[in-house]
Design a protein around this ligand. Sequence first.
Ligand SMILES: [Zn+2]
Ligand SMILES: [Zn+2]
Length: 86
Amino acid sequence: MRPRHFVDVVLRVDLFEQLPHNTWVKLLKLMAKDRCEECGSEQNLHAHHMDKNTENNCLANGICLCASCHANWHVELRQKTALTGL
Ligand SMILES: [Zn+2]
Ligand SMILES: [Zn+2]
């Protein structure tokens, strides 16, 4: 998790403020400096909702991922869900 002050100082947007989806995507990519936060790739960047709720467009709920890390993330989520039965 990023330190909260990073967002306050650089963007002056609260981590938990709900944003329009396109603004949310733009700010996440900006915070990640247009790189995947998993592998550093600059190709095919996506913004991913950490809690899988696509209406929760706050920065605390977002991560910038490339297409392949994004796909991996969803595979992991599916496996975790299967393991816990949720
Ligand atoms: Zn990646
Ligand atoms: Zn996703």
